[in-house]
Design a protein around this ligand. Sequence first.
Ligand code: DQA
Length: 139
Amino acid sequence: MNIQIINGPNLNLLGVREKSIYGDTGFESYLSQLRARYANININYYQSNVEGEIINKLHEVGFAFNGIVINAGAYTHTSVAIADAIAAITAPVIEVHISNVYKREEFRHKSLLAASCKGVIAGFGLDSYRLAIENLINS
Ligand code: DQA
């Protein structure tokens, strides 16, 4: 089973950035734990701060992989182009957020991506990614 995790802008700074919101663990160390826990599946990881590169990755894996877990960061709230890419591919896509976006500023309450996704998981810290993977494995 092949699962792709895609992290969008500023998520390369996890563990450094706004720790009171996003915690103090870098994604790479969390990823090692995830891969150890799900040793029988391939968890591929891609991070980009560039909208078009995220779209290219969705196109690249979106017809071949079993599922995609995406945290598009701020592009969640702005990107029609990423929403269109998710709608265009066949793999199920789960939108995740580390923080509970509904407890935060109003502009974070709106996702342009959610309607094209299988579902949305938000507010469980880094565990949001694991919960999404659990769903993909069990479907
Ligand atoms: C985020 C929430 C977004 O609103 C924000 O722009 C991020 C991170 C989250 O994981 O909580 O960059 O997607």
